[in-house]
Design a protein around this ligand. Structure first.
Ligand code: MN
Length: 396
C-alpha cells in the first residue's frame, strides 16, 4: 500500500461526501486531536453546505456505538476514533442499512464491508504513532471537499500528541499553515516548536488546554465549546480553569476519603470505589486519579491498583445508554510494573480485557494502564476474575 493509493482513497471518499444531501453526524474523540478533527471537518462541511451534527465520545463501547447508530442517519463519519472498533461500527451499519467513513490513526481493525470507507493511513503504510494524527488525516480528507488552508493550523495543534518534530504526513498541514501565515516554525536546541501566530501560543500548550476542555469538561459542554472556539480561531481559557478547579477539588476530597478509609485488598489487587464523587467530570478523571494514587504511600507497590467510579449513563447530546455501568481504571504500581516488564506478571491490558469480558463489559489499554466499562454490581466478580487470571499466569 502506498501514498498513491491513500490519496486515491481520500479522493474517492471526498467524492462520496460531496454528493451528500442529508444531515451527517460527526463522531469524534474528546482529546485535542479529536476536537481539532471535528473543527476541521465542521469548517469544511459548512463551506460545502452540508448539514451536520457533532457528537463527542470519550471511548467507543458497544453500548455507545449501539446508541449512536440508533439515530437513523444514512452516513456516519468517525474522526480520531473508530478504527479500533471498526468491527462494531460495521455490525451497526450493516444492521441498519447505513454507511460509515472512519478517519483515524489508532491501530485499525481490518474490516471488509462495502458500507465502510476506512481512511486510516496505517492501512496504507504510514504510522499513526509517528507520521500522522487524526486531525491531519481529517484535514487531508476534508480539503478534498472545501478550501481549508485556514484550518490547517488546527491539524498542527492536533498533531501535538505525537512527540518530536512533525514529520511525514503531519508536515502537509504544517506547510499549508506556514504558507498562509497562521503558524511559525521556531527552532531551539535542535527541536522545532510551532507557534500559532494569531493566538500567540505554542501548539502543545493549546493542545493541553483543549484536552482539558474536552475530557474534564465532557459532561459540561466542554467539547462543543472547544470546537466552536477553534472554528472562531479563539480559545476560552477561563472555562478551562473552571473545569480544572473543579477537578482539583474533587481529587482532594477523594484523597482525603481514601487516606481515612484506606484501600481494600483482595489477593494481588488493591482497590477503591468512588461511586458518584466524580459525577459531572469526564470518566477519564478516574484514570488520572488512579495514576496519581499509584505513586502515593497509601498504595502498595506490590499489587495492581484498580479504581472504580459510576459511569454517567446520560451522554451529552448522544442520549442515555442502556444499563448501569461502572468505569474501572487499572494501574501497575512500581514493583508490579517491573514484574510485568520482566514477564513475571501479566500486563494490565490482558487482565482488564479478559476480566471485563467475563463480567459482560469491555476493556482496553496497554501493559501498565488499562480501563474498562463493566456492568454495575459486578465489581467484585471483576476483581475475582482478575486475581484468578494472575494466579493462572504465575502458576504456568
Ligand atoms: Mn489522535
Amino acid at each position: 500500500m502506498s501514498m498513491e493509493e491513500y490519496l486515491e482513497a481520500l479522493r474517492g471518499a471526498a467524492e462520496e461526501l460531496r454528493s451528500v444531501d442529508f444531515e451527517v453526524p460527526i463522531i469524534f474523540h474528546d482529546d485535542a486531536d479529536g476536537l481539532c478533527s471535528a473543527a476541521i471537518a465542521s469548517t469544511a462541511l459548512d463551506r460545502a453546505g452540508i448539514k451536520h451534527e457533532l457528537y463527542c465520545v470519550e471511548k467507543l463501547h458497544p453500548a455507545i456505538v449501539k446508541l449512536i447508530h440508533s439515530k437513523g442517519y444514512k452516513l456516519y463519519i468517525y474522526l480520531d476514533i473508530g478504527s479500533g472498533r471498526a468491527d462494531l461500527i460495521m455490525k451497526s451499519v450493516e444492521e441498519r442499512d447505513s454507511r460509515a467513513i472512519i478517519v483515524d490513526h489508532h491501530d485499525p481493525r481490518r474490516v471488509e464491508s462495502e458500507r465502510i470507507i476506512h481512511l486510516n493511513p496505517e492501512l496504507y503504510g504510514f504510522s499513526g504513532e509517528t507520521d500522522v494524527s487524526g486531525s491531519t488525516a481529517t484535514y487531508l480528507f476534508m480539503r478534498g471537499l472545501s478550501r481549508l488552508d485556514d484550518a490547517a493550523w488546527m491539524a498542527v495543534v492536533g498533531s501535538a500528541e505525537i512527540p518530536g518534530d512533525l514529520r511525514s504526513l503531519n508536515r502537509v498541514p504544517l506547510e499549508d499553515a506556514v504558507r498562509i501565515g497562521d503558524v511559525e516554525v521556531r527552532r531551539a536546541r535542535g527541536r522545532e516548536r510551532y507557534l500559532i501566530k494569531f493566538l500567540k501560543k505554542p501548539w502543545n500548550k493549546l493542545s493541553s488546554t483543549l484536552t482539558a476542555m474536552g475530557s474534564v469538561g465532557y459532561y459540561r459542554g466542554g467539547p462543543y465549546l472547544a470546537v466552536e472556539s477553534l472554528k472562531r480561531r479563539a480559545i476560552e481559557e477561563d472555562r478551562v480553569k473552571e473545569f480544572e478547579e473543579l477537578r482539583r477539588k474533587r481529587f482532594n476530597q477523594a484523597f482525603a476519603i481514601l487516606a481515612k478509609r484506606g484501600l481494600k485488598v483482595d489477593g494481588m489487587v488493591q482497590w477503591f470505589h468512588l461511586g458518584d464523587l466524580f459525577k459531572g467530570l469526564g470518566s477519564k478523571t478516574i484514570g488520572t486519579f488512579t495514576s496519581m494514587l499509584s505513586y502515593r504511600k497509601i498504595c502498595s507497590p506490590n499489587k495492581y491498583l484498580i479504581g472504580f467510579m459510576r459511569f454517567e449513563k446520560s451522554l451529552p447530546r448522544i442520549g442515555e445508554i442502556a444499563g448501569e455501568w461502572v468505569k474501572a481504571s487499572v494501574r501497575t504500581p512500581k514493583r508490579v510494573a517491573d514484574e510485568v516488564r520482566a514477564g513475571r506478571l501479566p500486563p494490565a491490558s490482558e487482565l482488564t480485557v479478559k476480566s471485563a469480558e467475563r463480567v459482560g463489559g469491555s476493556g482496553d489499554g496497554h501493559s501498565f494502564a488499562a480501563s474498562a466499562l463493566i456492568p454495575a454490581r459486578r465489581e467484585e466478580d471483576f476483581i475475582r476474575e482478575f486475581n484468578r487470571l494472575i494466579e493462572e499466569f504465575t502458576r504456568s
